[in-house]
Design a protein around this ligand. Structure first.
Ligand SMILES: [Zn+2]
Length: 475
């Protein structure tokens, strides 16, 4: 696909935006300023060395890359069997004699429940690195405690540095984060926030708490952004979109001179969100995919393919416990090859893709994966068991209520509740159009109720699910 056929931005503007990202120099550039180098050294993270290594690997022949990946897989299994009590169980005996990927595919899957129940047992029991712990900040309020170490952090950062470099950015380009800030519960938490602000100032970064956006007037928010003048903004798509939608004309006039791209992660980015951001801010959106408990999984290249971080992540697409076929919906199952503190082996992410034979002509030899369509519980289920993609449900109802102005919830009995923002301007015949749209999706009479709501429901961490079904359990 040509990079000039992207949706959302007029062709001339997109060409201009991409020219400004200095694509030629981006592939090889993983530099960082002296402050970044000192910071990583103080944190005992070999981030820059790993980033350079990743840049070398990305151009290897596919067979060389696969051989290295398989060796990393075997090394991980050896480590897990030897040092982590959970993986010493008999279900993993087979891990001692892995010869092929088919052999690897016979190992058991790991679930979120396993991590919740056995996280400590999954950790290495030697003292080669200091165990750190954190919790997930997912689309549900169901926090998951996981363990990692400085080396895992360095791999995640190195993957990010490489992903940024594909688009002409390095560690010295100013970045504005639009993320939630964990509220401090004690003095230590408050000191951590102060330290983070100091670090951000030194590293040319800044953060606006996405949980507090509603308290900010749009004009004040965009004035803050313009004052910091970032080269890139990193955000949950629904948080940035919500701020744009509160007053699109103010956002469009925000005039941030240095801004060259918006990086989106943490949620599925729907096409209408990408269009809205690109048309309003007139810079391209770039996506990345990862999960905190396992690490970075994929970064989008300038040709908009999702390249897997193959040096540190092995990705499978599974349907009914077997490798999925092209065209099928499948769950993403990951193995964090550099997750030594708490190995994550064949972990069911709960994220769904439609499997395709993917390739990319951008020059990277890293494998390509399909985009995430949603979590399992983002799919609506019909009476006959057909899964409706969340993007299809959104596209069906958006012409009635407007983009981002509603949420659809399916109850465990299959009935629907459509929740529409008070501010949404629906046409007079919305009721009949809604019935027709839902019948178009479900193919028959469908029970639904409608409810007006003052604002979209969000998780504790500010993530928004436009479609949510209780008809299937989440992964
Ligand atoms: Zn590519």
């Amino acid at each position: 696909m040509s990079i000039f056929s992207l949706p959302g931005l007029p062709r001339a503007d997109l060409a201009d935006a991409l020219n400004r990202t200095d694509l030629k120099g981006g592939i090889a550039h993983v530099g960082g300023g002296p402050i970044f180098r000192i910071h990583e050294a103080l944190m005992r993270r070999p981030t820059r060395r790993l980033a350079r290594k990743l840049v070398e690997c990305q151009s290897l022949r596919s067979d060389q890359l696969q051989a290295r990946q398989f060796q990393n897989l075997v090394n991980l299994l050896t480590h897990a069997r030897r040092n982590c009590p959970f993986f010493g169980r008999s279900e993993y005996d087979h891990a001692d004699s892995i010869q092929t990927l088919d052999d690897f595919g016979k190992l058991p899957f790991l679930s979120r429940f396993d991590i919740r129940t056995h996280a400590r047992d999954m950790c290495r029991d030697d003292s080669s690195s200091r165990l750190l712990h954190d919790h997930t900040r997912g689309s549900t309020d169901d926090k998951l405690i996981y363990f990692w170490d400085r080396n895992r952090q360095a791999w995640d950062k190195a993957n990010r540095i490489r992903g940024l470099a594909w688009h002409g950015f390095n560690q010295t380009s100013k970045e504005l984060h639009l993320w939630p800030v964990d509220p401090p519960v004690n003095l230590r938490g408050r000191l951590r926030i102060v330290a983070r602000r100091l670090r951000d100032a030194l590293l040319a970064e800044s953060q606006i708490d996405s949980l507090l956006l509603e308290r900010l007037e749009p004009a004040d928010f965009w004035a803050k952004v313009r004052q910091f003048n970032p080269a890139r903004i990193s955000a949950f798509p629904s948080a940035l979109v919500a701020m744009i939608q509160r007053d699109q004309s103010i956002a469009a006039d925000s005039n941030i001179p240095a801004l060259r791209a918006v990086f989106l992660t943490g949620e599925v980015t729907f096409p209408w969100q990408q269009c809205l951001i690109e048309q309003t801010l007139r810079v391209p959106c770039i996506q990345s995919y990862g999960i905190q408990e396992a690490g970075a999984i994929a970064y989008e290249c300038p040709r908009r393919s999702w390249h897997i971080c193959a040096e540190s992540m092995f990705v499978e697409f599974i349907r009914d416990n077997h490798k999925a076929l092209p065209g099928e919906l499948a769950e993403v199952v990951v193995t964090g090859l550099q997750s030594r503190a708490m190995p994550v082996i064949r972990y069911r992410t709960g994220d769904i893709v439609r499997v395709r034979r993917e390739s990319c002509d951008c020059g990277l030899s890293l494998p390509v994966m399909p985009r995430i369509l949603g979590r399992i519980s983002d799919f609506l289920i019909t009476d006959n068991g057909h899964w409706i993609e969340p993007a299809c449900a959104i596209e069906a109802l958006s012409p009635i209520f407007g983009n981002g102005a509603f949420q659809i919830e399916q109850n465990s009995n299959g009935s629907l509740q459509v929740q529409v923002l008070d501010r949404a301007c629906a046409p007079e015949d919305w009721s009949s159009r809604l019935s027709a749209a839902l019948q178009g999706l479900f193919g028959h009479r469908v029970a639904f109720t409608i409810q007006r709501i003052p604002g979209l429901h969000r998780s504790e961490f500010g993530k928004c699910r436009y479609v949510h079904s209780k008809a299937l359990p989440d992964g």
